[in-house]
Design a protein around this ligand. Structure first.
Ligand SMILES: C=CC1=C(C)c2cc3[nH]c(cc4nc(cc5[nH]c(cc1n2)c(C)c5CCC(=O)O)C(CCC(=O)O)=C4C)c(C)c3C=C
Ligand SMILES: [Fe+2]
Length: 357
């Protein structure tokens, strides 16, 4: 059941419009004491009215209050009880109906080149994203030429990396497997749903997934970025794109939808991470003497310090939770966290690049 305390916690999301741009981020770190939010408890759904063309609204772990009006609490409650349908195959859409509703889940991810020939165009898409390379307003017209330049320069090094892991990114395959596992799990919970994959920078593009969602006549959509922690450069970028697609589209604006902006604090995730570490430690002759080294992707300092990106705070809190879980299991190893060099480029670094090449 919905309660006001749940509604004001992190991860409880109200949808109707996506507001994922940096300008919407409060300039403070994410609050501590996260709530463990259950997917089956998504309740704060705000349908868009026909007149509301503003897209999707993410009331997320950024400390915004998300008090749904009482009549909106019921939007998802019918799902588990009303689902007589048994979904046996993604393609059998007749079995997707729950009452009069067809439920979809859209998994968002980065995407990756599938072959070495894809590397340069993939990099172009990535660097053309203003959430990855942020240029001052005056220089925005340079975004695409710059993306072309950097992608061509970067491609040989990137190709080496992808060649060393078999000639392409495994991300599509892994994400497809996650989608199928999620579909099966939802089916077992009597929530037959179709699960879509929308990548930001390579196939299947988010736009392609959205076309499929419309074609399938989905009436309720859950949007789940596959990044456990929220960052402007990852989930934020995908949600911002989604916002622009929704804003332009009558069908989507009228479709009920909800977003899970981050899920790093979910019990299942924390326990899974702890189990991975616990099992890995067993490979050492003296496990208690091992330092646990967490390696996270870096993001530009300005995102965290100026735009209020909650990524660093969420990452550190996530690690605290994993370490607490390990402690409960009697594992008290020391740990450290390092951020990999963020590829993000500031305008100064871009000038250096031009100068250097
Ligand atoms: C240039 C800026 C970049 C920022 C900011 C950034 C943030 C960021 N990225 C991930 C996760 C992944 N990134 C991946 C590839 C990748 N990322 C960048 C640049 C930035 N990332 C580049 C140039 C590339 C291409 C590879 C390369 O040339 O090094 C991937 C791999 C995708 C795949 O092919 O499977 C992931 C995963 C996070 C989590 C993040 C911020 C939090
Ligand atoms: Fe990246």
């Amino acid at each position: 059941m919905w309660s006001s305390s749940q509604a004001s916690t992190r991860g409880v999301v109200e949808m109707g419009r996506v507001e994922a741009g940096p300008s919407h981020f409060p300039k403070r770190p994410a609050p501590r004491n996260p709530a463990r939010v259950n997917l089956s408890r998504i309740h704060a759904v705000k349908p868009c009215s026909a007149g509301d063309r503003s897209g999707i609204s993410v009331k997320c772990n950024l400390g915004w209050s998300s008090q749904p009006s009482p009549d909106l609490r019921h939007h998802f409650t019918g799902y588990s009880s009303a689902s007589e349908a048994v979904l046996t195959s993604q393609s059998d859409l007749r079995k997707l109906f729950v009452g009069n509703e067809k439920i979809g889940v859209l998994l968002l991810n980065l995407g990756g080149p599938e072959t070495l020939d894809d590397v340069q165009p993939f990099l172009f898409n990535l660097f053309a994203d203003p959430d990855i390379i942020r240029l001052p307003r005056l220089f925005r017209f340079l975004q695409k030429p710059l993306a072309q330049f950097i992608s061509v320069v970067r491609a040989p090094k990137s190709k080496e990396g992808y060649a060393s892991i078999g000639g392409g990114s495994p991300l599509r395959q892994i994400t497809d497997a996650q989608a199928e596992a999620l579909r099966e799990a939802l089916c077992e919970k009597d929530v037959p749903s179709k699960v879509y994959v929308g990548m930001r920078y390579w196939h299947p593009f988010t736009e392609e997934a959205i076309e499929q969602i419309k074609h399938d006549g989905i009436t309720k959509l859950v949007v789940l970025p596959l990044y456990p922690q929220f960052s402007i450069s990852t989930s934020g970028s995908s949600l911002r794109l989604l916002e622009s697609i929704f804003r332009e589209d009558e069908y989507l604006v009228n479709m009920q939808h909800t977003v899970i902006p981050s899920w790093y604090q979910r019990e299942g995730y924390i326990k899974a991470m702890a189990t991975l570490i616990e099992n890995e430690l067993k490979n050492f002759p003296e496990p208690q003497k091992v330092m646990i080294f967490f390696s996270a992707h870096g993001v530009p300092l300005a995102y965290v310090e100026e735009a209020g990106d909650p990524y660093k705070a969420e990452m550190e809190e996530c690690i605290d939770l994993i370490m607490e879980e390990l402690e409960k299991r009697g594992i008290t190893n020391p740990c450290t966290l390092a951020y990999q060099v963020a590829g993000a480029l500031s305008i100064n670094q871009i000038w250096c690049l031009f100068f250097f090449y």
